[in-house]
Design a protein around this ligand. Structure first.
Ligand code: 0CM
Ligand code: SF4
Length: 319
């Protein structure tokens, strides 16, 4: 019997769940316990199928729009935030709702409102169509927020009054891409107001920094996460940009493309492994087990930063 090739599995730390995801999932679980099923959730509570299916099994019902929630039902808004029209509609229909918007997303909502009330035109750096971007744009009246997706957009924008501008950002962007966009805006509009750097959250920043650390030591790097998870997709890009020969997103162990990995890992080597902020640790363990069936695995952890952030639960559930 041939011995399996040796493989070092380099685990990024921090990886996986952030405080906002942890809180959002707890809100659904506690609501199910307190009120009993069904509890409706508007949009995937966090962008992960495994999490969504686990909550469905406990009685959560996921919908995309409030119009799908029946009269008298209880509904939770996802971690990504919602336009102001959503709680307004819930109120007018007298639905009981809980808001699982991450406090770091809510902070950006407050900034948007503050700049708008100060008479500034608000530029939002983010990706069109992402639910967080829809939610943040929806904090202000239609047309009040201008979306900037690229450096080219930042170069092209022609504001009504260049001295009355402010910017805010999506929380889960690439730190490097965003800093290039912010630099462009600051060069063109020296009076622009905004955060010290951007509004990218600690979890997004730390997971990208950890990938920057482990990718150069890895022959290949896998990110556990979903294709609609912005922060997870950015981790794959970061690995590619630092020159990792192979970087891919996998939702579960079954997605691992062993044929593509074989030539990269040859007779073993090092594979980096991380997980987006919405991917549970149980899926990391599943992927490690899958590697054990093909390789003689040695697991190492690269700890680049400690995380101790925790957010409070809504009062109605904390009691
Ligand atoms: O915003 P993103 O697509 O990265 O969402 P996610 O559910 O994958 O991660 C957590 C969050 C938020 C807000
Ligand atoms: Fe909040 Fe950041 Fe987690 Fe999103 S990724 S839920 S903004 S902590």
């Amino acid at each position: 019997m041939n011995a399996k090739p040796e493989l070092t599995l380099l685990l990024a730390s921090p990886r996986g769940f952030c405080a906002g995801v942890d809180r959002a999932i707890q809100i659904v679980e506690l609501a199910l316990t307190k009120f009993g099923p069904p509890v409706y959730v508007r949009h995937e509570i966090v962008h992960n199928r495994y999490v969504v299916e686990s909550l469905e099994a406990k009685g959560a019902v996921f919908v995309e729009e409030l119009s799908e929630v029946p009269e008298g039902a209880k509904v939770i808004f996802s971690a990504h935030g919602v336009p102001k029209s959503v709680p307004a509609e819930a109120q007018s229909r007298e639905l009981f709702y809980l808001d699982a918007t991450c406090p770091l997303v809510s902070k950006v909502h407050v900034e948007a409102e503050r700049h708008h009330n100060a008479g500034l035109q608000v530029l939002l750096i983010g990706h069109a169509g992402h639910p967080e971007v829809i939610g943040t744009m929806g904090q202000l009246p239609e047309g009040a927020v201008t979306l900037i997706e690229t450096v080219a957009d930042a170069e092209a924008i022609a504001p009504a009054d260049p001295s009355k501008l402010a910017y805010i950002t999506q929380t889960t962007l690439s730190v490097d891409d965003t800093s290039a966009i912010v630099a462009t805006l600051r060069r063109r509009f020296p009076d622009i107001r905004g955060p010290h750097k951007e509004d990218i959250c600690y979890a997004t920043t730390n997971r990208q920094d950890a990938v920057k650390e482990i990718a150069p030591q890895s022959d290949a790097l896998l990110v556990i996460g979903a294709p609609n998870s912005s922060n997870s997709m950015r981790l794959v890009e970061v690995a590619e940009r630092v020159g990792c020969p192979y970087a891919a997103l996998v939702q579960r162990a079954e997605d691992i493309d062993w044929d593509a990995l074989r030539p990269v890992l040859k007779d073993g080597g090092t594979i980096g492994l991380t997980a987006g902020a919405s991917a549970p640790e149980v899926l990391v363990e599943e992927v490690i087990e899958a590697f054990r069936t093909h390789y003689d695995v040695k697991v190492e952890t690269a700890l680049i930063r400690d995380e101790a952030v925790q957010f409070k639960l809504p009062r109605v559930l904390a009691e």
